[in-house]
Structure formats: structure tokens, C-alpha cells
Design a protein around this ligand. Structure first.
Ligand code: HEM
Length: 163
């Protein structure tokens, strides 16, 4: 059961990551190039329609990130604890940058029209997302190389000695 939940919540973390990064890349890099073939008055209408759909992708993704992220954190906490301080550095970086991405995304997608400077902030969001994934990769490496959990064989002599 634990294995099943581990895979399920990992999947529930990776799918929104793919959708968010792909979505931000599409909205910031691909769509603006495609829009140039349209007359200026139609560009805005198409962009706003795409932005609306993008919003329906990002909001549930944030929810999924939070739920699966909390589960993954709890499931891996023992290994992170054995790999302090490196694990906490990358864990903190991953979560902190993720929160930055959430705030930027929510501000950019609020309201019917995007704020001024939305292009620049979307570029910032894309760059921060790259660092979020890099921090996750580093965190996984640190977890995979954490010292093994103490077994009864390692604990028992200490108990005997204490007696
Ligand atoms: C922009 C939001 C986020 C993105 C793009 C993101 C992306 C990722 C990716 C790509 C992985 C690697 C998945 C794997 O190898 O299984 C990962 C792992 C992880 N993420 Fe996130 N994440 C985000 C938000 C969060 C949040 C909010 C939390 C905590 C509440 C969180 C906690 C974790 C944990 C604990 C892992 C497991 C790392 C390990 O294998 O040791 N993530 N994340």
C-alpha cells in the first residue's frame, strides 16, 4: 500500500510539473510567435482565450503540488533527516522557489486582463521553475545517498551498553 501511494503521489507531483512548465513555456515562448500572423486586434482575443484555459490548468496544479508535496515530504522525512544539512538546504530551496512560482502565477492570472509587465514576470516564472526542478533533482540525489537508517542490530548494543 505504501509503495502504491508513493508512486501515486509522485505521479500527482510530476504531472502538474509537466503541465505547468510546458504551459508557461507555451504561453511565453510559442504562443506569442504564433500570434504574430494574426491582425493586431485578434491577437489579444486569442491570447486572452488561451490565458483563461491556462488558468484552469494552473490553479488545480497548485492544489496538486501542495497535496502531493506534503505527502512526499512526510514519506521522505526520515531520509532527509539523516542527510541534514544538505537535504534541508535543497528541500527549503525547492519549497521556497515553488511558493515564489505560486505567488507570481496567481498574480499574473488574476482578473480578466494580465497586469502590465506580464511578459517579463512570465519569463521570471519560467526561469524560477527551472530552478525548482533542479532543486528537486538535487534533493532526490541527496535522499538516495543518505546514510542508511539505523537497524536493531545497530541500536541494540547501545541499549545493552546503557544498561
Ligand atoms: C512549482 C511547484 C513545484 C514543482 C514544479 C515541483 C517539481 C518537482 C519535481 C519535478 C520533483 C521530482 C519528482 C520525482 O523525482 O519524483 C519534485 C519532488 C519533490 N517535491 Fe516538488 N515541485 C513543486 C512544489 C512542491 C511543493 C509545494 C512541495 C512541498 C510542499 C514539494 C515537495 C517535493 C518533495 C518532498 C519532492 C521529493 C524529492 C525527493 O525525491 O526527495 N514540491 N518536485
Amino acid at each position: 500500500m505504501t509503495e502504491f501511494l508513493g508512486i501515486l503521489f509522485r505521479w500527482l507531483h510530476i504531472i502538474p510539473a509537466c503541465l505547468s512548465i510546458g504551459g508557461v513555456f507555451f504561453m511565453r515562448i510559442i504562443l506569442p510567435v504564433g500570434l504574430t500572423v494574426l491582425p493586431p486586434d485578434q491577437r489579444k482575443a486569442v491570447f486572452l482565450r488561451c490565458r483563461r484555459v491556462f488558468k484552469f490548468v494552473i490553479h488545480p496544479s497548485i492544489l496538486l503540488f501542495l497535496i502531493s508535496g506534503v505527502y512526499n515530504s512526510m514519506a521522505n522525512w526520515g531520509a532527509y533527516h539523516r542527510a541534514i544539512p544538505t537535504s534541508h538546504a535543497f528541500f527549503g530551496l525547492h519549497v521556497l522557489l515553488a511558493l515564489v512560482v505560486f505567488v507570481i502565477s496567481l498574480i499574473l492570472l488574476a482578473g480578466k486582463e494580465p497586469p502590465v509587465m506580464h511578459k517579463q514576470w512570465m519569463t521570471v516564472n519560467l526561469a524560477v521553475l527551472m530552478f525548482v526542478v533542479a532543486a528537486a533533482g538535487a534533493l532526490k540525489w541527496v535522499r538516495d545517498h543518505a546514510p542508511p537508517a539505523p537497524t536493531m542490530g545497530m541500536i541494540a548494543p547501545a541499549i545493552v551498553k546503557a544498561d
